[in-house]
Write a protein that binds this ligand. Structure first.
Ligand code: GLN
Length: 483
């Protein structure tokens, strides 16, 4: 149905007049059924709940309730966001049968805002990965070419949006997991400022880095979703008090006078030529719209990837200690004592990447190595924050690529974890510095989308979205994916 091919904000004024909520949900479910065999975005489709929600909203509106801001937005949630009564697997055997007794705050806020959950999406196990190939339940496929990876770890969420199975989705971004799959699938993906969005009910990966963010068809829909999920939550002590503006109001302001910084470190030898020229063309289009472009320098970016690996793995070693076969999740059968129960549960429940990171992180935190690894990494993180502070004294937005290449085939990088980690080179700095960053489609190479990354000052998502909107206006829109 053609409604599903429109961004939500264009459909919204016609909702209830030209199409009912129930018709829309039925169409979305039919679309999912027809496309899933090709793309495998979902781990679970919540058809019954979606139909019930649609009917419930229709009744509430008929009774005179005002229409909420995301009424009828069909929504997919990454399967590390808790959904009450609906399995939340984290793409892991460990949680294959885990059914949360509560909703994540973002889940609840979206439901209150009228969004309709259509399913839970595939991810790399516990969000560790860049391709969805670390999922215990098999990979998702890029809608532009099914032999290609969708990126990760929120690959299923990006695929669901790009394949037009859902109007919007949420992912989580610890080192690029919202921005990378959005870029490789041709969607908009935003990692908000650390603390902007509640993480209550997000299954923890690396707690000093994790943020929840929207993946949408365009920048306007991104702003609409951020409006609903942003803001202080008493249930998450790391969520910030910062006031939440209406992010849609900033969009059309234009970029006249906006200062854009290009860090040399984002355009070095590892960058594919097609990505580079497409990213620079997008920056030139901002210049043509009145922005001023200048060079900036982020020298510590060179060390961002090893720094991230140490910090993220150390936090994984701590956060994943809870999966011991006792309270919830997988429990190995027949163990005679506590040690065996824990060891066997973890051996059986975790995949190779989770085990690799737990071991690396435990080593980095151990007595005798802590100073040289973990502490050192925290010091480099401080240097990187300083680099960004100096850059943002001169510019309002930093621009660069999201990923070093337009995309890669499924299986191409699975044998070499280092190659897989290198994909995150440009996305990780914003996580380490806690800054908001967005991926917006800026071009197309050999049939695959390319993403431009923009990074802004902490809590300045409004400027970020305004610049991304200007890019969206300037570059030709992507065609429909060939599905
Ligand atoms: N690809 C990165 C990793 O493997 C980032 C993952 C993420 O952001 N969740 O850790």
């Amino acid at each position: 149905m053609r409604w599903l091919d429109e961004p939500y904000h264009r459909l919204r004024p016609r909702l209830g007049r030209e199409v009912t909520l129930s018709e829309l949900v039925d169409a979305a479910l039919a679309r999912i059924e027809s496309r899933e065999p090709k793309v495998r975005a979902f781990l679970a489709v919540t058809g019954d709940q979606a139909r019930t929600q649609a009917r419930a909203w229709s009744a509430r509106l008929a009774a005179g309730e005002p229409a909420p801001p995301l009424l009828g937005m069909t929504m997919a949630l990454k399967d590390n966001l808790c959904t009450r009564g609906i399995p939340t697997t984290c793409g892991s055997r460990m949680l294959a049968r885990f059914v949360p007794p509560y909703d994540a705050t973002v889940t609840a806020r979206l439901a209150e805002a009228g969004a309709i959950l259509v399913g839970k999406t595939n991810l790399d196990e516990f969000a560790m990965g860049s391709s969805t190939e670390n999922s215990a339940f098999g990979p998702s496929h890029n809608p532009w070419d099914q032999a290609y990876a969708p990126g990760g770890s929120s690959g299923g969420s990006a695929v669901a949006v790009a394949a037009r199975e859902a109007m919007a989705a949420l992912g989580s971004d610890t080192g690029g997991s919202v921005r990378l799959p959005a870029a490789l699938c041709g969607a908009v993906g935003l990692k908000p400022t650390y603390g902007r969005v509640s993480r209550y009910g997000l299954v923890a990966f690396a707690s000093s880095l994790d943020q929840v963010g929207p993946i949408t068809r365009d920048v306007t829909d991104c702003a609409l979703v951020l409006n609903v999920i942003a803001g202080r939550d008493e249930l998450d002590s790391t969520s910030a008090e910062a006031s939440v503006p209406d992010f849609t109001r900033a969009l059309a302001g234009g970029v006249a006078g906006l200062r854009i910084g290009l860090p040399a470190e984002f355009f070095g030898p590892g960058l594919d030529a097609a990505v580079k020229s497409s990213v620079l063309a997008a920056v030139r289009s901002l210049e043509a719209a009145g922005a001023r472009v200048q060079d900036v320098s982020l020298p510590a970016v060179e060390y961002a990837l090893p720094t991230y690996c140490l910090i993220a793995c150390a936090e994984v070693s701590s956060n994943l200690a809870r999966y011991d076969g006792v309270a919830y999740g997988h429990r190995a059968a027949g163990a005679k004592d506590l040690y065996t129960l824990c060891a066997r549960t973890r051996e059986e429940g975790f995949g190779a990447e989770a085990k690799r990171r737990i071991m690396l992180g435990t080593f980095a935190l151990s007595a005798g190595h802590y100073e040289g690894f973990y502490r050192k990494a925290q010091q480099v993180r401080t240097l990187l924050r300083g680099d960004f502070e100096r850059a943002f004294a001169e510019v309002d937005v930093i621009a660069g690529p999201v990923a070093p290449t337009p995309g890669f085939r499924l299986g191409e990088k699975t044998a070499d974890p280092l190659q897989m980690y290198l994909i995150d080179t440009y996305t990780i700095p914003a996580n380490l510095a806690g800054l908001p960053a967005i991926s917006v489609p800026c071009g197309f190479a050999a049939g695959l989308p390319i993403g431009l990354q923009l990074i802004a000052r902490a809590f300045d998502e409004a400027t970020l979205l305004r610049a991304a909107f200007a890019v969206e206006q300037a570059v030709p829109p992507l065609p429909e994916p060939p599905l």
